[in-house]
Design a protein around this ligand. Structure first.
Ligand SMILES: [Zn+2]
Length: 264
């Protein structure tokens, strides 16, 4: 058994969690609205009109949609099989920049999709005079399951790492235990490992029991053949070093969003 499998087995047994890295890749042609994806055209079958920000009334940007058929392990309440996130795109929105939950207002939706006929796909109306965030390129997912821990490495595993790795390998092996800084489903949220001191983690983690379900990372590296870019200008917008969004499911099945500035 190689060293990696040995760690993996031990970490699963003790404190590992499975995470699904979404691994976004630029789409060469338009992705059908019945697929999980980021940006591009969403499934708008369940909207009468394109969704507007409830704070400022501006048409939102489509961020992401996940279907149960593609991600059966993701939590879909009741009979729902489609999860969507939209974000306000207005930098003059009254919600923008209000403390550590700052950033553009995010909205989520759950729907039940029958995969029958598509209604006409709605398009947002754009006011070109407004100070708006641009949509980002359409991305499909190449999901990859991995194991990770909250960053805690038990002594006996750490001893194995010291024994069985040289200096170059060591850092890489240790990184495998830490929460991944990528857009992902489940696992451990990255802020547990590295967070701006102004964030009151206790307020978030001790208020109500909630399960971490989704992390959207501003510095996600998307792949496009030989080109690797990042989403930092878009998801969610910030010119700050690292700006992540975490989505939690509360016990009553409500979801809530937290965005934090992180300094890496
Ligand atoms: Zn708004």
């Amino acid at each position: 058994m190689d060293i990696y499998s040995k760690y993996k087995l031990k970490s699963i047994r003790f404190m590992g969690r499975e995470t699904t890295l979404l691994n976004p890749i630029i789409a060469k042609r338009e992705i059908d609205t019945f697929n999980s994806k980021m940006s591009g055209k969403p499934n708008t079958n369940h909207f009468k009109d394109w969704p507007l920000c409830e704070e400022c009334g501006v048409p939102m940007n489509f961020i992401l949609q996940l279907y149960k058929k593609d991600f059966p392990n993701f939590h879909f309440p009741d009979n729902k099989n489609l999860f969507q996130i939209f974000s306000c795109r207005n930098f003059d929105c009254p919600h923008y920049d209000t403390g550590y939950y700052s950033g553009l207002k995010l909205h989520y939706y759950f729907f039940h999709e029958e995969f029958g006929e598509k209604k006409e796909i709605l398009q947002p109306e754009i006011d070109t005079n407004a100070n708006l965030q641009n949509p980002f390129p359409e991305l499909f997912f190449l999901p990859r399951k991995q194991f990770e821990t909250s960053g805690f490495i038990p002594d006996f595993i750490f001893e194995d790492i010291l024994e069985q790795t040289n200096r170059e390998e060591r850092e890489e092996k240790i990184m495998e235990f830490l929460p991944k800084i990528q857009t992902k489903i489940f696992g451990y949220e990255h802020f547990l490992h590295n967070v701006d001191e102004s964030v009151n983690i206790d307020e978030i983690s001790n208020s109500e029991p909630k399960q971490f379900v989704l992390q959207i990372v501003s510095h996600e590296m998307y792949k496009h053949k030989h080109h690797i870019g990042d989403l930092s200008q878009w998801v969610p917008y910030s010119n700050l070093p690292l700006y992540n969004t975490y989505i939690y499911q509360e016990i009553n099945n409500r979801y809530n969003f937290h965005s934090y500035i992180e300094y890496s």
